[in-house]
Design a protein around this ligand. Structure first.
Ligand SMILES: *[C@@H]1O[C@H](CO)[C@@H](O)[C@H](O)[C@H]1NC(C)=O
Ligand SMILES: *[C@@H]1O[C@H](CO)[C@@H](O)[C@H](O)[C@H]1NC(C)=O
Ligand SMILES: *[C@@H]1O[C@H](CO)[C@@H](O)[C@H](O)[C@H]1NC(C)=O
Ligand SMILES: *[C@@H]1O[C@H](CO)[C@@H](O)[C@H](O)[C@H]1NC(C)=O
Length: 937
């Protein structure tokens, strides 16, 4: 039973507790029961016979509960006097990091100290100029005994551990397995404040280790969004504990879970709860009207209980026990009652303006505070609504999977409206290992550096009510290999509770230009347009006129030629070059003298565009997402739909099992993701028909910047390659069945009952078109290697095979090279989402090797792919990241080829005469040889 000895009121009315003997206790109980018995049996008894003891048995406990209702949440008053963390693991060595550049999170994220960090007893005891003797420590002795480790970090950046305020780590586990994942959504009702994410926390999730390798030290584990009220959330530290239990991972667990360190103190730990508005309730067929009625009904119920409790406590405290009964409480609703008492941090999933407005009305009606609005894609369009919130606590979060009107400028716009922005992963939706990448991107699109770093550290810590110990240089630390806002920043060590988390980290050296904050471009105009057009600014490019453009201030020109890239000009010294483009062709480039303008025809108009040190580079190609076939992922009516799969379902007779569909027939143009990709230098896309079974169909390539399908150059190549998938995806027949069917189709076996003759497969077997097989498992890939050999021997032709996905391909690199198979890593940074992807080659700091560098070193043609259409625009970053992670093992040209010439070859595209764009800070235009013109942005 819980004891509440220290929280009784100082002068409890009518109670004079005194020591009684055991027998005395029994006696009292007897009298009291008798008294109550009589009282209830016969209320007409004269007052004289009413219970003598006004004090019911539970009085002490009930008064204690009343007193505890008054406690507010947060750290105990004496928290900062602590000498040792409640999470300290005895035996952990003290560490002194020497010569660090420390971003402390203080002063609005602007304080940077140069010096030392001293960690001991699970707490950062000193920062800056640390004099260990002043701590009363005998340094010599500690060093001699190995109790102190001193590390010179050579001026490396050090930040607080990254705090992920929205994850499903451990509840939606990775790799996903039926037995241990999908524990994040209950489908038993719309309103379930009584559920606890802690109950499903899997301690064997591979993500803990991977996320720590990205600098994440603390995460809030939320229930999913299937319910309006999904349940209670819990904060964990990601490190392994000796106890190996979910409970031992908790950070400041609420009192109702386990007795925590401030038991009996002057405050109680915060609780956390998940709410979700908008579409999500539709799991139950609810409309928004249904969802908000469910909310109001639940809050009304909680309000009634709260009012009963308050009335009870005023009576009890006044000593009016008669007829009071027991303290009114209800285990199912107590957490929601606590929300009304302001002791729960309500984390709300909410996207659109309508949902935000509904939510703010709800919080004002029932007067409860909201800790943060998550996703909040349209928040930047309605800042005034958010300012109306009850007890404004305006932290907003955003992540990259944009809703239709979402904007990459939302973060800076909100911040300009004095609303705070926090980044989060929603792991495994986004891999929380790369949460800092989200902060880097909001910085790239205009959020000041101090706020961008705060968005991944101090602010999420405050959202969780844990700013007194995390998010600042207080408990957990990350040492980085570059400035943390530089692309690809990677930890070289991570400390959680003073314990180094990376054994033998692999450290790559980064260019010196990466040791300072990146110089980001100016997007003021684009940000204004985003608001002016309510999230849908016009994106179609305008053709430049006149037809002749002179680019000046050019630092480098990289051109594709005969399927390879070559840097044909690179600035020498301070003298930038020029490039002259006429009718979509680069007709000359080099030092200014190389393109004499006076040779142009008389009267010809020339437009001059200053690239200010920028480069002319090949346009990039994107593959792997439904870009061009689907506009809004969750809205079926905005896309092509799914291909029939004869292996998993019935195919209408008219369609027939032999029909191989062509993606070109379903292309949609001028979609927002496509145009945003175009503006980010991704000028071309190759897509396969959207499928979830074995059969894909014929891929196609198109221009991401085209307005209409019938425009010149909109469709680049009608048919590129044949696409299929082999794996354990959604209810498919066995892998062996899929391979048998593939063998039958490639060999065109007469007894192939499922598909008969099919020309694309015959062409693939004869090497006339490439076959792109989506596969992840090393064992499936090994089988494909054997199958390729078998078919080639029987048919006498060479199959052009590409494996896309390829997470476990690194286990077979030699054999893949020998079999002359090309590889597309999709995604470009691996993650063990499912069992078939569990054996990842994670890259630094966990492995020296990266999959891309490894395959290139074996002369294998490598490309990179993406999974979701919105991320096509980030291809440039993916390419840069791949080069950085390889630590100098791959060149700039090789990196660009990953998303251009190599990818073209792997997918059957025609790499000749590719588009060009300017790369450095911001894409200013695209040169289009096919259309004999130039698009300027
Ligand atoms: C915090 O930093 C931001 C951006 O640098 C600035 O706009 C804001 O005024 C600062 N806030 C305070 C309280 O100094
Ligand atoms: C460090 O602290 C000790 C003990 O307080 C003191 O004697 C010593 O002068 C200090 N050293 C420096 C360099 O300040
Ligand atoms: C990591 O890879 C680099 C480049 O291949 C090599 O020089 C270095 O020795 C490797 N380090 C380890 C620890 O394997
Ligand atoms: C890759 O190609 C280069 C140049 O043709 C050659 O020197 C090298 O040995 C090849 N590497 C492998 C692993 O085949």
């Amino acid at each position: 039973m819980t004891k509440w000895p220290h929280i009784l009121p100082l002068n409890p009315p009518n109670i004079t507790p005194r020591p009684r003997k055991f027998l005395g206790n029994l006696f009292l109980v007897f009298i009291l029961l008798a008294g109550l018995h009589l009282y209830f049996l016969d209320p007409t008894l004269p007052t004289l016979f009413r219970p003598v003891a006004k004090l019911p048995l539970h009085a002490e406990q009930s008064l204690a509960r009343c007193a505890s209702l008054k406690l507010s949440s947060g750290p105990p008053a004496n928290f900062h006097n602590r000498k040792e963390s409640d999470r300290f693991v005895p035996g952990t060595k003290a560490t002194l990091l020497h010569n660090a550049r420390i971003w402390t999170g203080e002063n609005n994220g602007t304080e940077v100290l140069h010096g030392d960090v001293f960690i001991d007893k699970g707490i950062i005891q000193g920062v800056g100029n640390v004099n260990l003797s002043a701590f009363g420590l005998d340094v010599e002795r500690m060093l001699a005994r190995g109790e102190l480790k001193v590390v010179d970090v050579n001026g490396a950046w050090v930040t607080p551990g990254i705090v992920d305020p929205h994850s499903h780590l451990g509840d939606a586990s990775s790799p996903a397995l039926d037995g241990a994942s999908g524990d994040d959504n209950s489908l038993k009702g719309t309103i379930q404040p009584w559920l606890r994410s802690l109950d499903g926390l899997n301690t064997h999730d591979d993500s803990y280790r991977l996320s720590i390798a990205g600098g994440v030290t603390t995460a809030l584990v939320l229930p999913g969004s299937a319910n309006a009220i999904g349940g209670q959330a819990f904060t964990i530290k990601l490190r392994k504990t000796a106890e190996r239990s979910p409970t031992s991972m908790l950070l400041e667990p609420p009192r109702d879970v386990i007795n925590s360190h401030n038991e009996g103190g002057d405050h109680i730990p915060w609780r956390q709860m998940k709410h979700a508005c908008g579409k999500k309730g539709r799991v139950y067929g609810d409309t928004r009207m249904d969802t908000f009625w469910a909310f109001r009904q639940a809050y009304d119920k909680a309000r009634q209980i709260k009012e009963k409790q308050d009335a009870y406590c005023s009576a009890a405290l006044a000593g009016q026990w008669a007829g009071l009964g027991e303290f009114p409480s209800d285990l199912q609703w107590e957490a929601l009652v606590d929300v009304l008492r302001g002791r729960v941090r309500v984390q709300t999933h909410c996207y659109e303006a309508v949902d935000l407005d509904d939510l703010i009305r709800l919080s004002n009606e029932f007067k409860f505070p909201i800790a943060a609005v998550h996703h909040a894609h349209e928040a930047y369009l309605v800042p005034d609504v958010l300012k109306r919130a009850y007890d404004v606590f305006p932290f907003l979060l955003r992540y990259k999977r944009e809703a239709y009107r979402g904007s990459e400028f939302a973060a800076r716009i909100l911040s300009e409206n004095d609303l705070n922005v926090v980044v989060k992963s929603d792991h495994p939706v986004l891999n929380s290992r790369y949460l800092l990448y989200e902060a880097q991107q909001v910085h790239y699109y205009g959020l000041p550096a101090n706020l961008a770093l705060a968005a991944a550290t101090t602010l999420p810590a405050q959202v969780l009510g844990l700013g007194h110990r995390i998010g600042y240089i207080k408990e957990d630390l990350v040492v980085w290999d570059s400035h943390p806002l530089a692309l690809g920043a990677t930890p070289t060590q991570v400390f959680i509770d003073g314990i180094p988390q990376l054994d033998a980290p692999h450290v790559i050296s980064k260019p010196t230009t990466f040791q300072g904050p990146p110089k980001v471009p100016n997007f003021d105009h684009e940000a204004k347009e985003a608001v002016a057009f309510e999230g849908l600014p016009p994106l179609l490019p305008e053709r430049a006129s006149p037809d002749t453009i002179l680019f000046t201030g050019v630092s480098s020109v990289i051109l594709p030629g005969r399927g390879e890239l070559a840097e044909v000009f690179s600035r020498q010294g301070d003298e930038p070059g020029v490039a002259l483009v006429q009718n979509g062709d680069v007709i000359c480039y080099g030092a200014a003298a190389a393109c004499p303008l006076n040779e142009l025809a008389d009267g010809e108009q020339v437009r001059v565009v200053d690239l200010q040190g920028g480069a002319i580079s090949p346009g990039l190609l994107t593959y792997g997402s439904p870009l061009g076939l689907q506009e809004i992922e969750a809205e079926v009516s905005t896309g092509d739909g799914w291909v029939f799969d004869p292996l998993t379902g019935r195919v209408p007779k008219l369609v027939g099992d032999n029909t191989v569909v062509r993606a070109v027939d379903a292309l949609q143009f001028a979609g927002r993701d496509a145009l945003l990709a175009y503006r980010a230098g991704v000028t071309k896309a190759i897509v396969a028909p959207v499928h979830r079974g074995f059969f894909g169909g014929l891929g196609t390539s198109f221009s991401t910047g085209a307005a209409r399908k019938l425009d010149l150059g909109a469709v680049i190549q009608e048919v590129t390659a044949l696409h299929i998938s082999v794996g354990h995806f959604s209810s498919r027949p066995s892998i062996s069945t899929q391979i048998a069917v593939l063998r039958g189709l490639l060999l065109n076996l007469p007894d192939d009952s499922i598909n008969g003759v099919s020309k694309p497969f015959r062409d693939a077997a004869r090497g006339l078109i490439p076959v792109v097989v989506e596969a992840y498992s090393a064992d499936v890939i090994a089988t494909l290697i054997l199958l390729k050999k078998e078919v080639e021997e029987k048919i006498g032709a060479t199959i052009q095979m590409t494996i896309a996905g390829a997470t476990e391909a690194h286990l077979l690199v030699k054999e893949i090279a020998e079999a002359n198979i090309g590889i597309i890593f999709r995604p470009s940074r691996p993650f063990p989402a499912v069992w078939e992807q569990r054996r990842v080659l994670p890259g630094p700091p966990l492995s020296n090797e990266t999959e891309i560098a490894l395959f290139l070193s074996h002369n294998i043609t490598v490309g990179i792919g993406i999974e979701e259409a919105w991320s096509a625009r980030n291809t440039r970053f993916d390419v840069g990241w791949a080069a950085l992670e390889a630590g100098g093992r791959i060149s700039k040209i090789q990196a660009l080829a990953l998303a251009s010439t190599n990818l073209e070859k792997l997918l059957g595209g025609n790499a000749e005469g590719g588009d060009l764009f300017s790369f450095e800070s911001k894409v200013v235009g695209v040169v289009l040889p096919r259309r004999r013109s130039v698009d300027l942005f």
